[in-house]
Design a protein around this ligand. Sequence first.
Ligand code: TYM
Length: 333
Amino acid sequence: MARVFSGIKPSGAVTLGNYVGALRSWVAAQDEDDCVFCVVDLHALTVPHDPAQLRALTLELATVLLAVGVDPDRCTLFVQSHVHEHAELAWLMECTASVGELRRMTQFKEKAGDQEFVSGGLFTYPALMAADILLYDTDRVPVGDDQRQHLELTRDLAGRFNTRFGETFVVPEAAILRVGARVMDLQDPTRKMSKSEDSPQGVILLLEDPSSIERKIRRAVTDTETEVRYDPEAKPGVSNLLALLAAATGSDPAELAGRYQGYGALKADCAEAVVELVRPVQMRYAELAADPRAVASLLGHGAGKARATAAETLARARRAVGLLPGSAQSRRA
Ligand code: TYM
């Protein structure tokens, strides 16, 4: 069985992009692989945040993961900060990464932009992400297309560490979908749909009211032509709707395009398919959210399972870099 690891930040409400690009693959992977899934709350500290809101979003996100079908009986589901090994291995990864490499990360450049305050954590974020993945001897990481560069860096860091200090980490592969890996904003289809973006009309939330979803899709930006064609470069708005419809119905966007004469019918079908896609998740969420203590207890159990693996990998990495074992480590080793 391959080991699969992935994570999601509690930095805002879960979007349709998160679901289509990543979470559905997580659920599918549970059937065949040994899966570890994580609510990466430490990553949410890299930008300004409200502490009470972070706590609420972390629990909400864990509940959403259960609602989409992440099953703690068949995988390990936990909160990153409950397993302190993540922060500790992140330091070793920061010391493995170069400033030049971190500076080249496009997400850092985009997020730092012209912000007045840019935290050191935002800069070293990809080293923490590498630690998340490497702690679990991960073979495969299901993610959306926007994480491709971070995965490449993770592979580079694992390889470099292994070369310098001896075989310690499994070098993971990214698993990125062919359709749905980059769901775009409905109002600006040249940028990705994002939970941290201030674009209420362009972003569909997984727990959003169906009538609001329909309205947003009906008002989605297209173009001044009328031809329905799958061409993400020339027709990003129409192609985004085709990709969403394809992802929701398990079909091919280019082939779907041939069935439509105009944008109205495409939008109507896309809205219906998306509403049908999210409906069961919303129903399940309502049930689960009624018992937050049960969710917290599942997370506690998950953290225990995760820690067992993480502690072993960290001990191996500590030994490899030459850290002198303290009493806690020698008990573990
Ligand atoms: P995050 O929280 O931004 O997103 C979670 C997952 O959703 C995918 N995604 C999308 N897919 C398609 N279209 C979109 N518009 C879209 N928006 C988001 C993301 O690619 C991701 O798979 N750095 C990561 C979290 C992380 C992580 C990890 C992931 C931390 N450690 C280790 C994998 C392994 C992030 O910010 O994802």
